[in-house]
Design a protein around this ligand. Structure first.
Ligand SMILES: Cc1cc2nc3c(=O)[nH]c(=O)nc-3n(C[C@H](O)[C@H](O)[C@H](O)COP(=O)(O)O)c2cc1C
Length: 340
């Protein structure tokens, strides 16, 4: 019997020589989130392609420790994209050279970040105010990059300048190998709902042949299936919904494959993922920063747990790894028999 989505099964999506399988699910680049510990749990959750958080081109060229550390990628994470941002050609060329030294599968350009101190240097979505410059810089970076170069961007700067259909085609023409589009403008920041209408138009443009990935507000298998069908994208990029819930990838895959709703993770699975994430975080960033950076993840890992508030507030206040392990053990004993 035909399942609801088998009619949509497509051929493998390729970026350069990289084969991502049919309808890949991408983990979005997220500053202070998409680090190796988080990527490890998302890989186990089923992410097909992952990115580092954005890295400053100027920082890389200066060899700043903070920027250089973000270049660390591991074989078990592949395929991996490293994302850079910048507003001027020279440092971006230098950054591409530095990134190429660690041989990621993809180099991604960030033309979407809406944050003021990035935008004011013409970087991130700031570049959306000057499309000729954006396209020209990208063309030079494509020539320089030994690996496929991709772009992540937004619909446009503001409501009056949603030029993404034109921009996507122009980027393809200068050699960009894939594009991911977040369905908001810069001015919107994260407000309102992501509008995928123009992402659908980018994809249905008969001149487009590179992969087009949709991004924005996908937080359930049903929404992923609905948006795939409605907008025809080649794959979906997921950000916030994966925080504390790396199972989103396998759940979407199961639903797209068979229309079946995957069982949610058990308490044990949630504890195992959180513990692995914490352990890797402590190793990666050290006891202080490792603990601090885990704080945003506890609430989503244990979302829906009744009366968890007291444990949760201690998790996000403690500066002692030992105490955190004890608190996680308390969750185990308190919720072991609960269906969340
Ligand atoms: C905490 C946070 C950090 C982010 N950092 C980056 C980044 O470094 N590079 C980037 O291209 N987008 C960044 N984004 C945007 C996401 O990649 C994504 O486009 C956005 O969250 C919409 O997708 P979502 O609704 O699935 O979260 C960030 C978003 C969040 C929430």
């Amino acid at each position: 019997m035909e399942t609801p989505h088998t009619s949509l099964i497509k051929t493998d999506v390729r970026i350069g020589s990289l084969d991502l399988g049919a309808f890949p699910l991408l983990l979005a680049p997220m500053e202070d989130v998409s680090d190796p510990p988080f990527r490890a749990v998302c890989k186990q959750g089923g992410a097909d392609l992952m990115y580092t958080e954005f890295i400053s081109s100027e920082g890389l060229v200066r060899d700043a420790v903070k920027s250089r550390q973000k270049l660390d990628i591991y074989d078990h994470e592949r395929p991996m994209g490293i994302q850079i941002f910048g507003g001027e050609l020279e440092p971006m060329l230098g950054a591409v050279d530095k990134v190429a030294e660690v041989s990621p599968d993809i180099i991604d350009l960030n033309f979407g970040c809406p944050v003021k101190n990035v935008v004011c240097k013409d970087a991130g979505s700031g570049m959306l105010r000057n499309l000729p410059k954006l396209i020209q810089i990208t063309a030079e970076l494509v020539k320089r990059s030994p690996m496929p170069l991709t772009v992540k961007t937004r619909l446009g700067w503001d409501d009056k300048s949603k030029h993404i259909v034109y921009l996507a085609e122009a980027l393809q023409d200068v050699g960009v190998a894939a594009i991911a589009v977040h369905g908001r403008t810069r001015v919107q920041m994260y407000k309102g709902a992501a509008d995928w209408t123009l992402i659908g138009e980018v994809k249905s443009n008969p001149r487009m042949h590179i992969p087009v990935f949709g991004n924005g507000d996908i937080d359930s298998p049903m929404k992923a299936a609905e948006y795939r069908e409605r907008y025809g994208v080649d794959g979906i990029m997921i950000g916030r919904a994966a925080i504390g819930y790396p199972w989103i990838f396998r759940e979407i895959k199961a639903y797209l494959r068979s229309g079946a709703v995957h069982a949610p993770p058990t308490v044990e699975e949630r504890l195992a993922a959180c513990s692995e994430h914490l352990e890797r975080s402590l190793q990666w960033k050290g006891p202080k920063l490792g603990l601090l950076e885990m704080r945003r993840h506890y609430a989503p890992y244990f979302k829906g747990f009744e009366n968890i508030k007291e444990i949760r507030s201690r998790l996000v206040q403690s500066m002692e790894p030992e105490e955190i392990w004890v608190l996680l053990e308390r969750i185990r004993s308190q919720y072991a028999s609960v269906q969340v």
